[in-house]
Design a protein around this ligand. Structure first.
Ligand code: C2O
Ligand code: CU
Ligand code: CU
Length: 529
């Protein structure tokens, strides 16, 4: 993609957006543009950060440096621990406190348009990084928001129209942590015992450059790299002491879904999901982690021998509904890599030092109210998110992404709580069909991590109506009790969620977080008004 293509395309989008924006009730494009280029004098920022997206060369693995896109961050105001720079290509970790007012001066120094989204955070439309707000090289965008989310782990990444997958792949992502007083009372492992674990897959050329090749199959499944990186580095060995750790895991991959498990069969103990801490710790034999999902693990290395290792793996699973089906179909599913046939090593925890004391896992974490149908503003109404496919492309609610467009079913009254059903349109169409339908069946039977912008939601139910041995290989790995912003919807599965839409009006995206699917148009707007 050349610069000229992108600039021209961007110009067209600006033109189209400003014309269309005139038709959005209560929306002034000019006023809006003014707002995002001048700091608001009434907004008393506690934290100010300069964040620049730029090209860079960094060391990721032995040998030549890799050419990447990288967020460079600089703290201008606020507590010194707010910006923590990482080696490698990822942006700095941004450590926020609940209630802080944050101002971020975002500069685009890339040869293509860019916009940044604060994934998981509840912020106004104009601060949310909608692709209509992309800026060109040399331009500035001022983000101002109050941190309203509770303690937990979020992230930020590029959300540029049709360039999200390539820009995130080239490095435009970073972690966000939020702390609050409820969390501080719990005395969870902190400092060096609180570890980020950002998992991404990449492929490299022989001269260590990122390779992004999408053949026919990867166009459908999304990009699958052959090398797993942790926190932007190839070396996956992490030295630890014989005590408890808090490990914040983010799947920052474009498309790869991990089935996380310990190599010695130790159960996984989760203390937080996308939206923050769970009510109480929960254990699982393994945990499914799709792109954009976070899980915080409590890992206690007490009693382990110095010199030994505990390995975080991704275990085999079947991601398509076609296992056991004959002939071409089974093979297509496998070739497409929708499941994962081998065990992958993600990170090796090397027990390097003995220490005597370790904090104890709290029995209760934070108070959380379970939402039920009774909490819905209108429990007879179900907002649909239908996953479908037409013309070799994925769709949501029968449409592909269209910058400012929303349909009647995508209009949500502000300050309501909605019941939302995510399901596969034409369910079953891919099953039992031979011959020419093989390719189509395979595509329709893919898992999709569905993400909704704005406030976090809760999961009401997951239903897999068809007996399916692919599903058996993943079904014990879903955390359904916590706050979420992304939910993995398996082939044939139907997931109901309940989501508040409080306070902010405007366009809020919902989309598949398989970034190749997203860029292909598997994204839509909710218009909250
Ligand atoms: Cu992680 Cu719409 O984004
Ligand atoms: Cu998001
Ligand atoms: Cu998808």
């Amino acid at each position: 993609m050349t610069h000229i293509d992108n600039s021209r395309r961007q110009f067209l989008h600006y033109a189209a957006a400003s014309a269309l924006a005139a038709s959005l009730p209560g929306f002034s494009w000019a006023e809006d543009r003014e707002m995002r280029q001048t700091p608001n004098p009434a907004f008393n920022a506690d934290v100010e950060i300069a964040l620049t997206a730029q090209a860079a060369d960094v060391s990721i693995r032995p040998g030549p440096q890799t050419h990447v896109f990288k967020y460079q961050g600089k703290l201008l105001k606020g507590p010194p621990e707010t910006v923590k720079v990482l080696p490698g290509y990822l942006g700095p970790i941004l450590n926020f406190q609940h209630g802080q007012k944050v101002r971020i001066f975002f500069y685009n120094e890339l040869p293509e348009p860019c916009v940044t989204h604060w994934h998981g955070m509840h912020v106004p439309q104009i601060m949310d990084g909608h692709p209509m707000y992309a800026i060109l090289k040399g331009e500035q965008y001022i983000y101002e928001f109050e941190v309203k989310n509770p303690a937990g782990t979020n992230w930020y990444h590029s959300h540029t129209h049709e360039l999200t997958a390539t820009q995130v792949y080239q490095g435009l992502a970073g972690l966000i942590t939020i702390s609050d007083e409820h969390e501080q009372k719990l005395d969870l492992p902190s400092g060096e015992y609180d570890i980020p674990l950002i998992i991404q897959d990449r492929s490299f050329t022989s001269s260590n450059q990122f390779r992004y090749m999408l053949g026919m199959h990867q166009r459908m499944t999304g990009f699958m790299g052959d090398t797993l990186l942790i926190n932007g580095q190839e070396n996956g060995i992490i030295p630890v002491k014989t005590r408890a750790y808090r490990i914040r895991v983010l799947n920052g991959s474009n498309a790869r879904i991990y089935k996380l498990g310990w190599n010695d069969g130790t159960p996984m103990t989760a203390i937080a999901t996308d939206g923050g801490l769970l009510q109480r710790p929960e254990t699982f034999p393994y945990i499914m982690l799709a792109p954009a999902e976070r899980v915080e693990l409590w890992v206690d290395f007490s009693g382990r021998e110095v010199g030994s290792e505990l390995i975080l793996q991704s275990l085999p699973y079947q991601g398509s509904a076609h296992r056991g089906m004959g002939g071409g179909m089974g093979r297509m599913g496998m070739m497409a890599g929708v499941g994962q046939n081998e065990t992958l090593s993600i990170a090796r925890f090397h027990i390097a030092e003995h220490v005597g004391e370790s904090p104890k896992l709290p029995a209760e974490l934070v108070a959380m109210r379970r939402l039920t149908l009774k909490d819905c503003t209108d429990s007879d109404k179900v907002v649909p998110i239908a996953i479908g496919m037409r013309h070799m492309g994925f769709q949501l609610n029968g449409r592909t992404f269209d910058m400012l467009n929303y349909q009647a079913a995508e209009k949500i009254p502000v300050n309501t709580i909605q019941r939302i059903r995510i399901f596969h349109e034409n369910r079953g169409m891919g099953r039992g069909m031979g011959g020419g339908m093989g390719g189509m069946g395979m595509m329709m039977s893919q898992p999709h991590p569905i993400h909704l912008h704005g406030q976090q939601f809760q999961i009401l139910s997951r239903r897999q109506p068809n007996r399916d041995d692919g599903y058996d290989s993943v079904k014990e790995g879903f955390i359904t009790s916590g706050w979420k912003d992304t939910v993995l919807v398996m082939p044939g599965e139907e997931v109901e969620i309940i989501k508040p839409f409080n306070e902010y009006t405007g366009l809020f995206l919902y989309h598949c977080h398989n970034l190749e699917h997203e860029d292909m148009g598997m994204m839509r707007n909710f218009f909250v008004s």
